[in-house]
Design a protein around this ligand. Structure first.
Ligand SMILES: Cc1cc2nc3c(=O)[nH]c(=O)nc-3n(C[C@H](O)[C@H](O)[C@H](O)COP(=O)(O)O)c2cc1C
Length: 425
C-alpha cells in the first residue's frame, strides 16, 4: 500500500547527533495495563517490514554474533548451547531483557479486511509465535463497529494488546478516513475509542501523529481523550501528516503529552542510536521509546540500548556479525516460504526474494562496498540467488580483511528504503 507523495528516506533529514545525557536512561519497565514491557522499548509497526519473521529476528537479534568474536556476544555466552544463528531453528526462550526489545508490534492491518477475511487467511495475517510475547496488533480503519469486531478477533487470536493507527499518511488509507485522515475528526475518534474499548479486555493503545498539519495540532487533546476513554497507552510519532517523513520529529510534543496525561506515553521519531533514545527520554520524560527505521538498518539497536542503559557504553557489530545476521534472517525467510508452500498464493506472506533484496539494502548500509552488493542483487530473481550474492560479498570482504564497520562508505549514499517503500504510519 504505497502512499504516493510520501517517500521514506533511510537517511534521516539532518539528523541531530545527541550526546548521551548524563542521567537519563531508557526506563527498565513500562506497564500497559497488566502487560509488562521490559525494557521500555517498542519495535514500531512497519508495513512490509514487521511481519512475524522480522519480529522474531529482532527478538533474537542479540544472538547473532561472530563465533569467538567479542562484539555483542555476552548474551549467547550467558546461555550455554544457544545457537549463534537461527539456521538450526528458533530458540523459544529468549527473554525480552536479553533481546532488549520489550514490545513487538505487527504491521498495520485493515479492520475491514480482517472482519471480511476467511479464517485461514486471517490466521496468516495475524500469525505470531510464542516467543513474540508481548506483542501488539495494529489496526486501521474508520468504522467504529468494524474496528471493534477486528479488535475482538485480535484478542481472540491471543495478542497482548491492540493498537489503533491514526498516523498513516498514505492517500489510499487517508482517502477512506483511516490513519491520519481521522486526525481531522476528533468526535469520530472518540466514538471509535469508546466502541473498541467496550469490545475488548486486553490493553487498547493508539499511535498517532501530531495532527494534520502545523495549523491543526491535536495530539495533546487526543491523548487526553484516549486517557478519559480508558485507553492504556499512547504513542506519538512527532510529525504532522503533511510533514510525511521530512524534517525532524518535534519531540517537544511528546513532552507536552507526557505533561497532559497519566497513562504511559511512548515517544517515536528519529531515534537512530542509543544516545538518541536516552536523549528522547531526557527531553520528554516519555515512558518508553519506539523505534522504526533504525531497526532494519541496525537490528542490534535494542540490545545496544540495553547495554548502554546498563553500562554507559555499547558494542558495535563487526562485518562478520552483520554477515551472520543477514544470513540468519534470510534463512528464516526461506524457511517461512517453505512452510507456506502449500498455502494458496494469496495466503502467503510477501514475496521472499523481494524482501531479501529490501533487507540486503538496509543491512549493508555502513558496510564498506555495500553499494556493490546492492547492485549485484538487483538482478537476482530467487531467494537462493540473493543469498548467493550475499555469501560471495561477505567472503570477499573477509578475504580483504574487513572486520570492523567503519562508518559510512563514501560510495554508499543511496537510500536504504526503496522510493516506493510502504510509507504508512
Ligand atoms: C516502511 C515503513 C512502514 C511503516 N508502516 C507503519 C504502520 O503500518 N503503522 C504505523 O503505525 N506506522 C508505520 N510506520 C511508521 C513507523 O511506525 C514510525 O512511526 C516512523 O517510521 C517514525 O519512527 P522512526 O523515526 O523510528 O522510523 C512505517 C514506517 C516505515 C518506514
Amino acid at each position: 500500500m504505497a502512499g504516493k507523495g510520501f517517500t521514506v528516506k533511510k537517511e534521516w533529514d539532518n539528523p541531530i547527533e545527541h550526546p548521551m545525557p548524563a542521567e537519563a536512561r531508557v526506563p527498565a519497565e513500562m506497564r500497559v495495563g497488566p502487560v509488562v514491557v521490559t525494557p521500555a522499548t517498542v519495535l514500531a509497526p512497519m508495513a512490509g517490514v514487521t511481519d512475524t519473521v522480522f519480529r522474531r529476528f529482532i527478538r533474537h537479534a542479540s544472538l547473532f554474533s561472530a563465533e569467538g568474536g567479542e562484539s555483542l556476544s555476552p548474551v549467547s555466552e550467558a546461555r550455554p548451547g544457544a545457537p549463534s544463528s537461527l539456521e538450526s531453528g528458533i530458540e523459544t526462550d529468549v527473554t525480552n531483557a536479553q533481546s532488549g526489545c520489550g514490545l513487538l508490534m505487527t504491521e498495520f492491518t485493515s479492520a475491514d479486511g480482517l472482519a471480511r477475511m476467511r479464517e485461514s487467511k486471517r490466521r496468516r495475517y495475524l500469525t505470531f509465535y510464542d516467543d513474540e510475547h508481548p506483542i501488539g496488533a495494529q489496526l486501521f480503519g474508520s468504522n467504529a463497529e468494524t474496528l471493534a469486531e477486528a479488535a475482538r478477533i485480535v484478542e481472540d487470536t491471543g495478542f497482548d494488546t491492540v493498537d489503533l493507527n491514526l498516523g498513516c499518511p498514505a492517500k489510499r488509507v487517508v482517502g477512506c478516513n483511516g490513519g491520519s485522515g481521522l486526525l481531522r475528526d476528533l468526535p469520530k475518534i472518540g466514538e471509535i475509542f469508546r466502541t473498541v474499548r467496550k469490545a475488548v479486555t486486553i490493553p487498547f493503545t493508539v499511535k498517532f501523529r501530531m495532527g494534520w498539519n502545523e495549523k491543526q495540532i491535536v495530539c495533546v487533546e487526543l491523548a487526553r481523550m484516549a486517557e478519559s476513554e480508558g485507553l492504556n497507552a499512547v504513542a506519538l510519532h512527532a510529525r504532522t501528516r503533511e510533514q510525511g517523513y521530512s524534517g525532524q520529529a518535534q519531540w517537544q510534543w511528546i513532552a507536552a503529552i507526557k505533561q497532559a496525561v497519566t497513562i504511559p506515553v511512548i515517544g517515536n521519531g528519529d531515534i537512530r542510536t542509543p544516545e538518541d533514545a536516552a536523549a528522547m527520554v531526557a527531553e520528554t520524560g516519555c515512558d518508553a521509546v519506539m523505534i522504526g527505521r533504525a531497526a532494519p538498518a541496525n537490528p542490534w539497536i535494542f540490545r545496544q540500548i540495553a547495554q548502554y542503559t546498563a553500562t554507559g557504553t555499547y558494542e558495535r557489530p563487526t562485518v562478520e556479525d552483520r554477515y551472520r545476521m543477514i544470513r540468519a534472517y534470510f534463512q528464516m525467510l526461506l524457511d517461512e516460504q517453505e512452510a507456506a508452500r502449500d498455502l494458496p498464493r494469496s495466503d502467503r506472506m510477501g514475496e521472499t526474494a523481494g524482501k531479501m533484496k529490501q533487507f540486503a539494502t538496509w543491512f549493508t548500509h555502513g558496510v564498506p562496498g555495500g553499494a556493490k552488493l546492492r547492485a549485484a542483487i538487483y538482478h537476482a530473481r530467487t531467494g537462493a540467488e540473493v543469498l548467493g550474492q550475499v555469501e560471495q560479498f561477505f567472503a570477499t570482504r573477509r578475504a580483504e580483511g574487513f572486520t570492523e564497520i567503519a562508518g559510512h562508505d563514501s560510495e554508499d549514499q543511496g537510500s536504504g528504503f526503496p522510493e516506493d517503500a510502504l510509507v504508512c504510519d
